[in-house]
Design a protein around this ligand. Structure first.
Ligand SMILES: C[S@@+](CC[C@H](N)C(=O)[O-])C[C@H]1O[C@@H](n2cnc3c(N)ncnc32)[C@H](O)[C@@H]1O
Length: 266
């Protein structure tokens, strides 16, 4: 299963990811787009808890869900004995069922793209919407079509090192133009004290979108799209209010839950 192995090394691979800056910039979205104070958050595809834990540290009541047990176990381990207002569960967002509503639902770092087919995207959006209070915010980011059209197939090489553990990661991407699904073939080698200790391969399939397509999907499922913005992982405040350009490789979307899903089939 994806993230079994990748998940084991996830925190090391993304060790420079600016989770504090991301949370602060998401809080700016809360303030700008919600008339009511956001107090409770559902973090869908929470991974190892990077955002969930920081939001809980800032006083929000948080639930984090993820399909991967490997990821959830790491998140749980990080909060053991800390008495923070956060709970973690293994759940598939496509079948999400928590019997609870939140002021905001987050789905970050490309996670929404793991829903690849139209029917599952629509069903998932309805499920997420049913976990939101009326006028609650749904905030997520996605990889835009324009990035992958420019590089129909592409190889990127990343290296990361911490405490004498070095990871070499090679990612080959290819776009299927009929489905708008990008296949990420990830190969990793883990070297500790100069010795190869692990190697693995995973294939991740991620759907890419255009903003008008996302706007349409949101309107069809009881949301009102409020804006599309540039995400810049290197910035101090990664979730910005800047307009997207052809150079933007990750797009944030903020939507409001209209809450009238009664006649919609799920
Ligand atoms: C790129 S990681 C992002 C994790 C976290 N949001 C972050 O920013 O660090 C994508 C996450 O989505 C999770 N995921 C993929 N498909 C999922 C699904 N159907 N339901 C719930 N989580 C899913 C993966 O297990 C993984 O933890």
């Amino acid at each position: 299963m994806i993230y079994d192995k990748y998940g084991e090394y996830y925190d090391l691979i993304y060790r420079v990811k600016n989770y504090d800056g991301e949370c602060e910039s998401l809080i700016s979205y809360f303030k700008k787009f919600s008339k009511d104070e956001i107090k409770s958050i559902l973090d869908v595809g929470c991974g190892t808890g990077g955002h969930s834990i920081r939001f809980a540290e800032r006083g929000y009541n948080v639930v984090g869900v993820d399909l991967s047990e490997v990821m959830i176990n790491q998140a749980k381990r990080k909060v053991e004995g800390r008495n923070l207002p956060v709970k973690f569960f293994v759940q598939d967002m496509r079948k999400l069922s928590l019997k609870k509503k939140f002021d905001a639902v987050l789905c970050l770092f490309g996670t929404f793209g793991y829903c690849t087919r139209d029917e599952e995207i629509l069903k998932t959006l309805k499920r997420l919407g049913n976990h939101l209070e009326k006028d609650g915010l749904f905030i997520f980011d996605f990889f835009p079509l324009h990035t992958y059209v420019r590089r129909e197939s592409h190889r990127s090489i990343h290296e990361v090192e911490k405490n004498k553990t070095y990871i070499l990661r090679i990612i080959d991407t290819s776009l299927n133009l009929k489905t708008n699904i990008v296949e990420f073939k990830i190969k990793c080698k883990v070297i500790k004290n100069g010795k190869l200790v692990d190697r693995f391969e995973e294939e991740h399939k991620i759907r890419i979108f255009t903003p008008p397509e996302i706007a349409h999907l949101l309107k069809e499922t009881g949301f009102k799209p409020l804006g599309f913005f540039k995400v810049n992982w290197q910035a101090e405040r990664p979730y910005s209010l800047d307009s997207i350009t052809l150079q933007t490789t990750n797009v944030a979307c903020v939507a409001k839950n209209l809450g009238n899903r009664i006649n919609m089939q799920s």
